[in-house]
Design a protein around this ligand. Structure first.
Ligand code: ZN
Length: 277
């Protein structure tokens, strides 16, 4: 399974409150699995890492404490990443990578989540050049985490789930690209595009949504890098969006730099996000 990770900027992470210490891959020897504890409010999408970020920041941490988070759709979100010191298991945050799967209580992990977590483990072994010890959080400290089903899976050796779907009789067409999983709220973007230009330089209204659109405009070559992740839909971002509208053939008021549903959807289709109208 190839591994694809949604970056912190793509899921709308807030800046670190103190950048986590760097840990070289040579010091990683263990791989920990976690769950949410109680049932999480969200089990798929960018709301999963955002909620964990909110909780961990409330605890006074720099941001998400896990190395990675895996949702029930099997999407992997970047937390501290491969080389950031974790905040997930005291005494093991340097030696151990920590991966949280977005379930809690009696919930069972989906096959997609297990496949993604296993792919992360394999990638970690490849990157470090060694076989990392497979652990549940409770192997490091007294806790219920990662719950019964995940702990049993860890103890069984983290097997990749067996794919039970019958083989298709003729080969399925190759999808052009995976369905976008990052969601941008149109009303948030419009509100930011109308309000941010009037704020002091860098003022933000809906920074997380705006950062996703900024990254897309940057990728289109329409927005200078210096403005590409500030989360502020200021006059320079409005001008960049206007250039996107013009690229699509809009003119006049239809290319005024305030995003509309059609143009934003086209940007998302090209740059990997979907739009909630
Ligand atoms: Zn845990």
């Amino acid at each position: 399974m190839s591994i694809s990770i949604v970056s912190r900027s793509a899921w709308g992470a807030q800046p670190w409150k103190g950048v986590p210490a760097h840990v070289p891959l040579s010091r990683r020897t263990e791989f920990f699995i976690h769950y949410h504890g109680g049932e999480p409010p969200h089990s798929t999408g960018v709301r999963v890492p955002r909620e964990i970020e909110r909780i961990h920041r409330q605890q006074g941490w720099a941001g998400v404490g896990y190395s990675f988070i895996v949702d029930q759709a099997g999407t992997i979100y970047e937390g501290r990443g491969w080389t950031g010191q974790g905040a997930h298991c005291p005494g093991h945050n340097v030696s151990g990578l920590g991966v949280q799967i977005a379930i809690g209580g009696d919930q069972k992990p989906s096959d997609k989540a297990l496949a993604a977590a296993r792919a992360l483990y394999d990638e970690a072994c490849k990157k470090t050049g060694r076989t990392l010890a497979k652990r549940g959080h409770k192997d490091g400290i007294a806790t219920l985490c990662p719950g019964g089903p995940l702990y049993a899976w860890v103890k069984a050796g983290m097997p990749a789930p067996v794919d039970n779907t019958p083989a298709p009789t003729k080969p399925a067409p190759t999808p052009v690209k995976p369905a976008p999983k990052v969601v941008v709220d149109l009303s948030n973007i419009v509100a930011a595009a109308k309000r941010d230009p009037g704020l002091r330089q860098g003022g933000t209204t809906h920074a997380a949504d705006v950062q996703i659109v900024e990254a897309a405009l940057r990728a289109e070559g329409l927005l200078p890098a210096a403005y590409a992740s500030d989360g502020s839909f200021g006059s320079i971002t409005v001008a960049a969006y206007s250039r996107w509208q013009q690229k699509l053939g809009y003119t006049g008021a239809a290319a005024n730099g305030i995003p509309g549903l059609a143009s934003l959807k086209k940007l998302g289709a090209k740059r990997g996000f979907s739009v909630k109208a």
